[in-house]
Design a protein around this ligand. Structure first.
Ligand code: G3H
Length: 529
């Protein structure tokens, strides 16, 4: 545990008491209760361990409903300034936001390090990836709008087909990518003309505070509203109101189910969900073991395994099992567990404070049923730090075989016949991605043909991952609802709407007059450059 005074200057943060919240284009001073924020990183302050780094408003139902009302009024049944604005103007607002957001990079990065113990390297990557995602989204929207700028004439009907917003979108991201994954729904939803309420995840709240001014200054009032606090207090009333048109949620299926059921009009609500996964690696008899070990290390343990796309179970062919287990366990033991700002740190403390105990329970259950801990440092704990455990001899009787660990425990299963891991994937309630490691094109192609109908991305000789963000990111079964990617997200948060007229002289005159006078924001053939 470091001394508070020993924290390097480039990692230090002041105590962050966030007292303001953004509703209806104004930053209001919160007068009620506050939630304290505890870092996964403890420091010794005046001789005692301390991890209190800030606080934020613990909103009540009334305040949450004022945020909802503000979003509803700003949308105004699609009559608001924002939903009716031209795409080109919305893009200008977004560009203003990005330039203001970039100024806050260092503050957001430091808060990412303290709030969720993401290394500086990964925190910077999360911020920069988000900026790139916004830039790519703008480009994709320009392209989409250019394609839609022409008129279509079929069967004597002239039409213009475009995409229109859906209404009020509630965005909730996960703690492992509190900025990036919140913004991968918020940004496309916003730029398509919807109005937004967003709630930062339970862990990873303060890092949004440096962006409050940017939101306020970049968008018309009521277009972006932020709520904080306990989900039961602030989210349930929003869903129960029936006024949320889209739920964009990345987290657990348990919470997603609760939220969806709270909405009184199931057909009015569209859900865009990123949920759990248990992505397997299938390591074949002829896999390049050194490459496989390297990919499985990052695949299973980057950000301590706290990625929905992480490899969460490794199936290894019996011919290479011993070699793989031994090299993989050694590579895990060589990882450095440190503080987020330590340049050498591969692993960091866990933000969920009770997680080490929960993970120990998974390991204990597996050990009692015959699993073996194969790395020397496996399971060493101190406060919120938990050194990864490599478990071999894993079988279907163990919880770790089925449950998503979302943390640093790596189960390894031996197989003789490749139908065994395939059966696992087919029977699993998850269906996000899989990785195959091997060299034989015939064997790989046969596996690919089975797996593409079970999951939504099959990686060959590589770990599972979401990026590049222009690729579709989704899942089957309990893993997702809807597809996200730069361009898919624009579609998911909008609906096709069109204007059509019979091809007659009088209609053509009306159309020409509208186009020439530029009196409509929708019916226009203007081409965004
Ligand atoms: O937590 C799930 C993320 O979408 C994973 O993204 O594969 O880029 O880490 P990533």
């Amino acid at each position: 545990m470091p001394l508070f005074e020993s924290i390097p200057e480039n990692a230090s943060i002041p105590f962050v008491k966030q007292t303001q919240y953004l509703v209806n284009g104004e930053l209001h001073d919160w007068q009620g209760a506050f939630e304290q924020v505890f870092s996964p990183v403890f420091t010794i302050k005046n001789g005692t361990p301390d991890n209190l780094i800030g606080s934020y408003p613990l909103m009540d139902k009334e305040t949450a409903l004022s945020a909802l009302n503000s979003a509803v009024v700003a949308y105004d049944h699609g009559q608001g300034v924002w939903p009716k604005m031209t795409v080109a103007k919305r893009i200008q607002h977004m560009e203003t936001f990005v330039s203001l957001m970039k100024e806050q990079r260092e503050s957001v990065v430091r808060l990412l390090m303290w709030e969720i113990a993401k290394t500086r390297r990964d925190s910077e990557k999360e911020f920069d990836r988000t900026i790139e995602y916004i830039a790519d989204t703008i480009e994709a929207l320009k392209n989409m709008d250019r394609d839609a700028s022409r008129l279509t004439i079929r069967q004597n009907i002239i039409a213009q087909i475009k995409r229109a917003p859906l209404g009020v979108v509630l965005c909730m991201g996960p703690f492992n990518y509190p900025l990036n994954e919140t913004f991968t729904t918020l940004i496309p939803a916003l730029i398509m003309g919807n109005t937004i309420i967003f709630k930062p995840p339970k862990l990873g709240v303060l890092l949004h505070s440096p962006l409050l001014n940017a939101f306020r200054d970049s968008f018309p009032k009521g277009v972006v509203n932020i709520v904080y606090g306990d989900g039961q207090q602030v989210i349930a009333p929003l869903m129960e109101s029936g006024k949320i048109n889209v739920l964009a949620f990345i987290g657990s299926s348990r919470v997603a189910d609760i939220l969806k059921k709270q909405h009184p009009f199931p057909h009015l609500l569209k859900s865009v969900l990123g949920l759990e996964a248990k992505n397997p690696a299938i390591i074949l008899h002829d896999a390049d073991i050194d490459l496989t070990v390297k990919e499985c290390i990052t695949g299973s343990l980057s950000f301590n395994g706290q990625r929905c796309t992480a490899l969460k179970i490794l199936f290894v062919h019996e011919n290479v099992y011993d070699e793989f287990v031994s090299k993989f366990s050694k590579a895990v033991d060589d990882l450095v567990l440190g503080l987020p700002w330590d340049e050498k740190a591969d692993l960091t403390p866990l933000p969920e404070q009770d997680k080490p105990i929960w993970l120990s329970g998974l390991v204990e259950d597996a050990s009692q049923k015959g699993a073996v801990i194969c790395n020397s440092n496996g399971g060493a704990k101190s406060e919120t730090a938990f050194f990864p455990v490599v478990l071999s001899n894993v079988n279907a009787q163990m919880r770790i075989y089925h449950e998503e660990q979302f943390g640093p425990v790596v189960p390894i299963v031996k197989f003789a016949d490749v139908t065994e891991p395939l059966e696992y994937v087919i029977k699993s309630k998850f269906g996000q991605q899989a990785s195959i490691f091997g060299e034989d094109p015939m064997e790989i192609s046969s596996l690919v043909d089975t797996l593409v109908n079970q999951v939504c991305r099959v990686n060959i000789n590589a770990q599972c991952q979401r990026g590049p963000d222009v690729f579709p990111f989704t899942g089957r079964k309990d893993s997702a609802e809807g597809t996200l990617s730069v361009s898919d997200a624009l579609r998911v948060f909008s609906i096709r709407s069109m204007v059509a007229m019979k091809d007659s002289d009088s209609n053509k005159k009306i159309l020409s007059d509208i186009l020439n006078s530029k009196s409509s924001n929708f019916l226009t053939t203007d081409y965004i450059l």
